[in-house]
Design a protein around this ligand. Structure first.
Ligand SMILES: Nc1ncnc2c1ncn2[C@@H]1O[C@H](COP(=O)(O)OP(=O)(O)OP(=O)(O)O)[C@@H](O)[C@H]1O
Length: 512
């Protein structure tokens, strides 16, 4: 690897027109990788990719801030794989806040590594519901992990076999990792408050989030002083930036704003205690462009389960829109809402209305005990509205698929591949059957990309303004669809709060 480049404190202004093709960038990806991208219709970089590619290939640490759906995943993975391709053993560790995103990132990386032009094509996934295969994790070129699961594996010292596996993995990561990706970084280092009560790790006693624990362990134990770190999110506030800076000791911030323009781009560096800052101190909100926002007031009693009322309203709105375009629809259930059974119960109730609907967790992790345990009401609902296979394919697993999944849970080698396959099959089904609704808990939305989504329904008020932006950002993504709309169904009080958030964004929220 070329020596790492010290982070610079400088403002980058993109006055010149960016190169129009990946192949025209300095140190471009190899032709085989370009051919793979072209097979997916990717030839020209998006603004954030054009801004960051050459700097990342040169070894800079960067914090990427660009709107949802603007190609940050490729912006991070492609140059890092390019840079580390030369040394066959170099590992990349990718941390993701949710298992859904982890599966997606593993899938993306596996695609880029096909054919071996960017190095050995081995990707391992470690997330809840995917059994840890220490051999595979130790040997993989790229590891995608959710921090609690990685922490649990690294910190688990009780059974001897597990302890020696953990030690081997910790040694393997410390010796092999040359690049670290922190996707959705503001969700990865949210502060301990959000994490408390779920699991406990020794790092938490020192006030650290598991992601910070993993990063610190890596930085401390690594034999390489030049681990390159890239972090990204569509939403960054000052406190997250400070945390990331503190964590990485130095982190320039690169921002691409707007769909086709490079209106703001600056860096932020904190090195050796000295702080140089040339980025605006106020919060910069990047609102995904080209999305129509609609509001639908619901009269529900917030002290009881509002599923029936919300589903009735959603049914009406969705049927009125059916046939307007051939895009797919996602339904997000806000964690603050009164829909007690969550996504699982809403999907069942929608099926009860005769709509094709499936819960995302069922589609990706069928048979997962977690989904059922967290949602006891969903079970009762399922008895009233038994799940049935959807037209044109089994979004919901039949007994055979479910048995296969149970089996794959016991056979670790197959487990992560099957999650990726299920993701691809879900995507194919959504493209093939536009009337289908995929329902997810809002917490699972960070970074989620499903093809051809033109409509997002949000049930209840999202946890905060950033969460609303991430939910909206599941549509209107690159490559752009001609239509993108978000309909929020919530009580009038909740909608007032939403209007308050949006008042400074310059978007209009229309009543349905
Ligand atoms: N240069 C490109 N040209 C066309 N499509 C692209 C390009 N780069 C990425 N894409 C596609 O854009 C979509 C969105 O990309 P990605 O998931 O990386 O967005 P993101 O910025 O990470 O969004 P989020 O903030 O929601 O996580 C993906 O389907 C990806 O394949």
């Amino acid at each position: 690897l070329s020596p790492p480049v010290r982070p610079r404190a400088a403002t980058i202004r993109m006055d010149a027109t960016p190169p129009c093709l990946f192949s025209q960038l300095a140190d471009p990806p190899p032709p085989e990788a370009l051919a793979l991208l072209e097979r997916r219709g990717i030839a020209a970089p998006t603004p954030i990719q054009a801004l960051s590619y050459e700097r990342l290939v040169a070894g800079e640490h960067l914090l990427l801030h660009a709107e949802t759906g603007s190609g940050k995943t490729l912006a991070m993975l492609l140059p890092l794989l390019r840079r580390t391709a030369a040394c066959g053993g170099a590992k990349l560790l990718v941390l993701s806040p949710t298992r859904e995103l982890a599966a997606q990132l593993a899938d993306e990386a596996a695609y880029l590594l096909r054919g071996g032009a960017l190095g050995p094509p081995s990707v391992a996934l470690l997330a809840a519901g995917v059994p840890a295969d220490v051999e595979k994790l130790c040997g993989a070129r790229l590891v995608v992990a959710t921090p609690p699961e990685l922490c649990a594996l690294l910190a688990d010292g009780t059974p001897t076999e597990a302890a020696s596996g953990s030690r081997r993995l910790a040694d393997g990561l410390a010796a092999g990792v040359r690049a670290l990706v922190l996707d959705e970084v503001d969700a990865l280092v949210p502060g301990l408050k959000e994490f408390r009560g779920k699991r406990h790790f020794k790092w938490m006693d020192k006030g650290m989030h598991p992601a910070e624990g993993v990063v610190k362990m890596l930085m401390r134990r690594s034999t390489h002083s030049d681990i390159q770190v890239v972090a990204a999110s569509a939403t960054l506030d000052r406190s997250t930036r400070r945390k990331v800076e503190k964590l990485l000791r130095a982190s320039p911030v690169l921002r691409a704003a707007g769909r086709d323009s490079f209106s703001v781009a600056s860096t932020l560096t904190t090195a050796g205690g000295a702080r140089t800052e040339d980025m605006p101190t106020e919060r910069v909100t990047l609102v995904p462009e080209g999305i129509a926002h609609f509001l639908c007031p619901l009269s529900i009693d917030t002290t009881t389960d509002g599923t029936a009322a919300a589903v009735a309203a959603l049914d009406k709105i969705h049927r009125a829109r059916e046939g307007e375009d051939d895009g797919a629809s996602l339904v997000f259930v806000s964690s603050r809402s009164t829909y007690l059974g969550g996504a699982h119960a809403i999907a069942s109730a929608l099926r009860g209305k005769g709509l094709e609907a499936a819960a995302l967790s069922d589609a990706l992790w069928p048979g997962s005990t977690r989904a059922v345990k967290r949602q006891p009401r969903a079970k009762q609902r399922q008895e009233r509205f038994p799940p049935r296979p959807l037209g044109g394919g089994a979004l919901l697993p039949g007994p055979t698929a479910s048995a296969q999944v149970q089996q794959s849970m016991q056979s670790p080698a197959a487990a992560d591949e099957s999650v990726m396959e299920r993701r691809q099959s879900l995507n194919a089904q959504m493209r093939g059957s536009p009337s289908k609704l995929v329902v997810a808990d809002a917490a699972a939305t960070r970074g989620l990309h499903l093809d051809a989504v033109t409509r997002v329904y949000i049930l209840g008020l999202p946890a905060n303004a950033d969460s609303y932006l991430h939910l909206c950002g599941r549509t209107g993504r690159w490559p752009r669809t001609s239509r993108a709309e978000v309909v929020t169904l919530a009580t009038s009080g909740e909608l007032r709060t939403l209007k308050g958030w949006a008042s400074g964004w310059g978007v209009s929220l229309e009543a349905l």
